[in-house]
Design a binder for this molecule. Structure first.
Ligand SMILES: [Zn+2]
Length: 258
């Protein structure tokens, strides 16, 4: 059974068939899904989905592309959401100097990233980090703030992956590992100990080959596990089991609880 640690099931693209999709997951081998927040509103919607389904968990956080309207009150509201039993992390939070480099001031991004890291530290929750073209800064920020967590859709070097392992972090991989030109991700997977790897879809984005043009959904997390199995010379079942145990350990989830 697979644990998709990052799927935006609150996205409008799931409005038409969300319930149907979620109820079909166990039969297709997807035992758990973590829905990260990308704005305050999205975090609230993620909470609602998690509260209605025993196999779904959520994270509360504001994505760097959505911080434009953040205030101190938003941090208080995130803290309230984080009190919910199904909230297992603060995320997704981070720095994006690729998509948002001209849209949102770097200093504004930095400021709200740190505020959310401090919140995670205060609440003793792990963080889900979004890092686009800001590898060194994201590393320094999590290292300085003393939190644990995961770099989602890991896109940096094998060397940085090993530095992250040293400070208690995990690296999570998406369908990007099935793309041509995924060499950097493959090198990181080769180097990383299996105990620090997570799998995710980042649905509805980043559908694996050959479905790149389609809406992605948690059932495709198997494609990510297949690549990791090949690189690590393990069976897909072993990758499913180990990555699920890793997620359970990081997010403090009891996999047997229904
Ligand atoms: Zn995401």
């Amino acid at each position: 059974m697979f644990f998709d640690t990052h799927a935006h099931l609150d996205d409008v693209r799931f409005d038409a068939d969300r319930e149907e999709l979620i109820s079909s997951l166990p039969a297709t081998g997807i035992s758990h899904v973590l829905v990260p927040g990308s704005s305050l509103e999205s975090s609230r919607n993620a909470m609602k989905i998690a509260c209605e389904h025993s196999n779904i968990y959520f994270a509360a956080g504001v994505h760097p592309g959505e911080i434009g309207t953040m205030t101190d009150k938003t941090i208080d509201d995130l803290a309230d959401l984080a009190e919910q039993e199904k909230c297992v992390a603060i995320g997704e939070i981070g720095l994006d100097f690729y998509w948002y480099k001209d849209l949102i001031e770097r200093d504004t991004q930095r400021y709200w990233f740190y505020q959310q890291l401090y919140l995670a530290r205060e609440l003793n929750l792990p963080v889900i980090v979004h890092d686009r073209e800001a590898h060194k800064e994201c590393f320094d920020a999590v290292n300085k703030s003393g939190v644990r967590g995961v770099f989602h859709c890991y896109s940096s070097s094998a060397e940085m992956a090993m530095e992250l392992v040293k400070i208690g972090f995990y690296c999570s991989f998406t369908g990007v590992v099935t793309y041509q030109g995924a060499r950097k991700s493959i090198l990181a997977i080769e180097k990383l100990p299996m105990e620090r790897i997570l799998i995710e879809t980042d649905s509805p984005y980043l559908a694996p080959v050959p479905h790149q043009k389609d809406r992605n959904d948690p059932r495709n997390v198997r494609s990510v596990a297949e690549v990791i199995a090949r690189v690590k010379n393990l069976s897909v079942e072993e990758v499913a089991r180990i990555t699920s145990e890793n997620a359970a350990c990081l997010f403090k989830i009891n996999l047997l609880q229904k």
